[in-house]
Design a protein around this ligand. Structure first.
Ligand SMILES: [Fe+2]
Ligand SMILES: [Fe+2]
Length: 285
């Protein structure tokens, strides 16, 4: 489905009329528009828009991005699927992993298994701290993408599930829904869709129906701002060589991360197997 921005604004009475609308009213109008277009598509009507219209706002003039179709055409050029976690698959050969301690803590996972993502999330948590975010949100930023070592597809939901037994509810909510909010501009709060997504998905990509439906839910939730704060403190052009450290966040982890005494993966929680999968990605079955 494509979003016809002109049609959307015409429905509101024009761009000038839209400017006079409150934030909530605009969000509601967008949600209604999305729902109607989805319904039309489901019933066989035309939900498509004219040429040049995309879900993501138009990129800056002169910038070139792939189309969603071009990204899809690359699928059969790879030996792995893009949703596979980086501990399991990628363009390079994997390395032998250091053994985990008998009762591993979240710090051990950071140091021994989250390698590919710790730089990114440490930069994000440092930014959240600098911007005066709450401890629940600094923690959410610290954890928001590390599940991508196991799986990337729907990583908001996977990540929230992985941490849910151990962290505050607000942190879980922020992790789960940051995935959805990344696709949606919120200029009032200072969020614009980053070019990273136009490159990753294609500039004319339209998020899956479950993302559109989840946006409707989160946008109306009293905790909307929490996952929005994760997207605002996320880094979309992060520096892989930046000097980062877990040390400034150890006290935060001790305060808000309820580490099981048996060790993560040994506590028989509903998600213990996920931790074991991250600890032992070379076990064949
Ligand atoms: Fe993310
Ligand atoms: Fe991120």
């Amino acid at each position: 489905m494509e979003i016809d921005r002109r049609k959307f604004f015409t429905g509101l009475g024009g761009v000038a009329a839209a400017r006079l609308m409150g934030h909530e009213a605009k969000a509601d109008a967008l949600e209604d528009f999305l729902s109607n277009e989805l319904d039309k598509k489901a019933s066989g009507g035309t939900g498509a828009s004219g040429p040049g219209s995309t879900f993501f706002p138009p990129p800056a003039p002169g910038k070139k991005f792939p189309t969603a179709a071009e990204q899809e055409a690359l699928i059969e050029t790879r030996t792995y699927r893009r949703g596979a976690g980086s501990l399991f698959a990628g363009a390079n050969k994997v390395k032998k992993l250091a053994p985990m301690p008998a009762s591993p803590t979240i710090v051990d996972y950071f140091q021994l298994r989250f390698n590919n993502f710790s730089n990114h999330v440490l930069q994000s948590a440092a930014l959240a701290k600098k911007n005066g975010m709450s401890e629940e949100i600094i923690l959410a930023c610290l954890l928001h993408d590390v599940v991508q070592c196991m799986i990337k597809t729907d990583h908001g939901w996977w990540g929230a599930q992985l941490f849910e037994p151990y962290v505050p509810a607000k942190t879980t909510f922020a992790i789960r829904h940051h995935q959805t909010l990344r696709y949606f501009e919120d200029k009032e709060n200072g969020y614009e869709v980053p070019d990273l997504y136009r490159n990753l998905f294609g500039y004319d990509y339209v998020p899956a129906p479950h993302i559109l439906a989840n946006y409707k839910f989160v946008r109306n939730h009293k905790w909307y701002i929490l996952p929005r704060q994760v997207t605002l403190n996320d880094l979309y052009a992060f520096d892989p060589n930046a000097k980062v450290s877990l040390d400034p966040f150890i006290d935060l982890l001790h305060k808000h991360f309820r580490s099981p005494k048996e060790g993560l993966g040994n506590d028989n929680s509903p998600v213990a197997h996920m931790w074991r999968t991250i600890a032992q990605p070379d076990v064949p079955l």
